[in-house]
Each structure stands twice: as C-alpha cells, then as structure tokens.
Design a binder for this molecule. Structure first.
Ligand code: G
Ligand code: G
Ligand code: MN
Ligand code: NA
Length: 248
C-alpha cells in the first residue's frame, strides 16, 4: 500500500500528530481529561486512524507511531497542566505495543523526560488484548503508577474474571450501547455496567454521546463521565487550549 511506504518518512518528518477529544464530568460539564487520537498530515489532507492504523499494525510501524503519539501527547499534557488544568491524558495502545517487552521502561522514560506525573497518564487498551495475553506488562505499567483503561468495553471477549484481577482503573463503554438505546436490552447493559463498575470501584466513561437525549439517559443511569460529539469533537491542541481557557 502506498501509505505504508510513506510512513517512515512521515514519522521522521513529524507528520503524525495527536488531536485531542475532551472527556467531561457530566455534572459540572467541566473537562476532566483528553483522549489523544492520531492524525496524519499527508498531501494537504489530514488522515484519520481508519486510513492508517491497520496499515501501521500490519507493517510493524505501529510501535514507532505509538511512541511518537505518547511523546507528543505527554508534552502537550504538561503544557496544559502548567496552565493550571488538572487533566488526565488518555492514549490508545496497540496490542503490538503491549507485546514489546520494553514498553514499561519506555513509558517510565517518557514520563521522566516530559515531567508528566504517572497518575496523570491513562493508557487505553482493548479488551481482547487486555485479557488474553498481557497480564504481566499491564501489571508492570500499573506498577509505574499509570492508569489502565479498557477501551471499547462490551465489544470484545469480556472476561469479567480476568478483568477483576487486572489493575483496571477505568472502563470506556463502547458507543454501540448508547447508539442502540433506548432499546430495553441496551439500557439494561448501560445500567448494569455502571453498577458493575461501582461495585468493582472502577471508573466508567460513556463514549459516543451525540445528543441531549443520550446525555440525559446516561446521567439518569448514574453516569458521571462522558465523551462524544455533543460535548466536543476531537480537535487540534490549540482548539482544546481555547476550550480549557474558557472554562477556567
Ligand atoms: O480519531 P478516531 O475517532 O477516528 O479514531 C479511530 C480509532 O483509531 C479509535 O478506535 C482509536 O482507538 C484508534 N486510534 C486513534 N489514535 C490511535 C493511536 O495513537 N494508537 C492506536 N493504537 N490507536 C489509535
Ligand atoms: O476506539 P476509540 O474509543 O479509541 O475511538 C474513539 C473514536 O470515536 C474516535 O474516532 C472518535 O472520533 C470517535 N468518536 C468520539 N465521539 C464520538 C461520537 O459522539 N460519535 C461517533 N460516531 N464517534 C465518536
Ligand atoms: Mn480510545
Ligand atoms: Na472506544
């Protein structure tokens, strides 16, 4: 694929960058965190992960790309924290990154170099990758003090027993449930996931909030954290800086 061939040079030149999507406290409507989402400035366009993450994984370049995202996102998070915003930074990890034995050392090194406190970094991993193979590396990452979140929760091979044994701080409930609401089944999943998290003492973030109705349903069910186009779309750092300044 022509994009695969263009990746090494693009990485060298710094053409990959994170955009950031705010995560909100649904009660105060304040931003409590941001999720870094990779973008590629390529040929006058900005490409989204759908265009290149699979290619990066297949070609083995996802680790370098993931490291670059982590590095850039941590540096930006430090800038926001220096402006007085107490944010958690969430960064997506590919299963390939979890399979790299030096990931915990790499993350520790990045935190040291950037000055971002470990507790301010949340690493998002998908259910399948989390529960199948990578208990040791996940434990090591948690040992550094970073938060572990399970992304797209409810879509993978949920192994609740494994989940309760892992040092998981947060579940990000996949968009599909709020999309399917208000069917009775979807509302049941939303309600019980919230209760499960409460009982396991795990934070839960509802993803894909697109309307006032979505937001009302979730707050009625006791959700206090959310992310979605109704609240804010992914945007370049400077746009998020403006959003943060406005709520200060
Ligand atoms: O930004 P967007 O909403 O289009 O992201 C689409 C998908 O790409 C999401 O599932 C997200 O988890 C994934 N993604 C975005 N940025 C990164 C990244 O830096 N690393 C990895 N591994 N996945 C990412
Ligand atoms: O898989 P992950 O949760 O990392 O993916 C985040 C993706 O979800 C990004 O591509 C982001 O653009 C997208 N996203 C965020 N909020 C919404 C939303 O409200 N609706 C839809 N359709 N997509 C969203
Ligand atoms: Mn994510
Ligand atoms: Na998700």
């Amino acid at each position: 694929h022509r994009l695969t061939g263009a990746m090494p040079t693009a990485l060298d030149r710094g053409d990959f960058m994170p955009h950031f999507q705010p995560i909100y406290d649904l009660r105060s409507r304040r931003i409590t965190g941001v999720e870094a989402l990779a973008r590629w400035r390529h040929g006058g366009q900005v490409l989204s992960p759908h265009d290149f993450i699979d290619l990066a994984e297949q070609s083995g370049q996802i680790c370098r790309l993931g490291r670059s995202m982590l590095d850039q996102a941590c540096r930006q998070a430090v800038i926001w924290r220096e402006q007085g915003h107490r944010l958690t930074l969430s960064v997506n990890l590919s299963p390939h990154q979890l399979a790299e034995p030096d990931l915990p050392a790499t993350v520790a090194g990045l935190l040291h170099d950037t000055g971002l406190p470990a507790a301010a970094l949340q690493l998002e991993i998908t259910e399948s990758a989390a529960v199948e193979h990578h208990h040791q590396v996940i434990n090591d990452l948690a040992g550094i003090g970073v938060q572990i979140a399970i992304d797209d929760f409810g879509t993978g091979y949920s192994n609740l027993a494994a989940l309760s044994r892992l040092p998981v701080r947060c579940l990000k409930l996949d968009q599909q449930f709020i999309r399917q609401a208000p069917t009775a089944q979807a509302v049941t999943v939303l309600r019980h996931t919230r209760l499960l998290c409460q009982d396991l003492d795990i934070e839960v973030i509802a993803e894909g909030i697109e309307s006032a109705g979505d937001e009302r349903l979730l707050t009625d069910l006791g959700y206090t954290r959310g992310q979605g186009f109704r609240l804010a779309r992914p945007a370049p750092a400077h746009t998020v800086t403006q959003l943060l300044a406005r709520q200060a």
